[in-house]
Design a protein around this ligand. Sequence first.
Ligand SMILES: [Zn+2]
Length: 330
Amino acid sequence: MSQAQSAGQSHLGSTSPLPHPAKDQVYVRVSALNGGFLTLPERNFVTDPDPDKATTVPSMCFLIEHPRQDASTPTRLVFDLGIKRDLTKYKQPATQHHITTRQPVYSTADVKSSLLNGGLDPSKDIDYVILSHIHWDHIGLPSDYPEAKFIVGSGTLYILENGAPCYPLERIERGSLPEHQVVELPPVPDSDRKHMAAAAQSDHQWQPLSVLPHAVDFFGDGSLWIVDAPGHIHGHVNALLRVAADKWVYLGGDCCHDRRILTGEKGILEYDNGHGTLKSSHAELSKARATIKNVQKLIETNGEAVEWVVAHDWKWCSGNQHRFFPNYMY
Ligand SMILES: [Zn+2]
């Protein structure tokens, strides 16, 4: 069974396929990047877990290249920065403790070294960093990218200051984003979190795309869409890349931590937090479930046209090593 066929088995009917290419349609190139590895115990993530099973998974990141008119080099974006190669750079004791629960962690081969290996200098060749969210295993070392603008979902700067449900202040690596380089997307029109939005926002507009209720056309030419993907933590975003006339790549970040949730083989686990209440790997479980349904619907509606990958998909990672930078996926 192909990846697209196996996904979205819930038969969520829909009639809005992704658009046909425009005249002079622009496409992006995409390449996978190493963002380090961490170990996830099944008992925190998927329904019917094997209580003793833990899997060492990647925290994958992606290089996206958008052709620039009248220039020999493309605009380069990195989606997520993975794990900090120097784990002592996580300043919060609570983060350090959390990392002990995710061992083994491997961080020496990181995004910076992946880019350098392919001949790119992160200190000057990267124009944008899009962060799916600011969890420790996605935020990397922003100081490696002094020339880049950091694009983040609405509410990200707020939670960096104030914490969030399931991500208390003691786990927040305050000051880890260079604020003068950060551009926050506006809240979606029907957001219940408008009070968390940054005072200054990008002028992007949210619009529906295929079955997705809220997406931003980042370059205005339909080649790179940032997708609102709420539930995991405030400001969580995904990306949908147009790589060919009939091919798209969906970067799912942490919309789920195990590919079997998107294929419908597993569900998101709720487990006892040790104090008699249930928790999950997502701050807002009902929104996280709705996001999963949206992604399943996108895959079901568009079939083979959409290849999808989530940050911690060890199976995709091990089967697609030939598509890591300096090689390209598309
Ligand atoms: Zn996360």
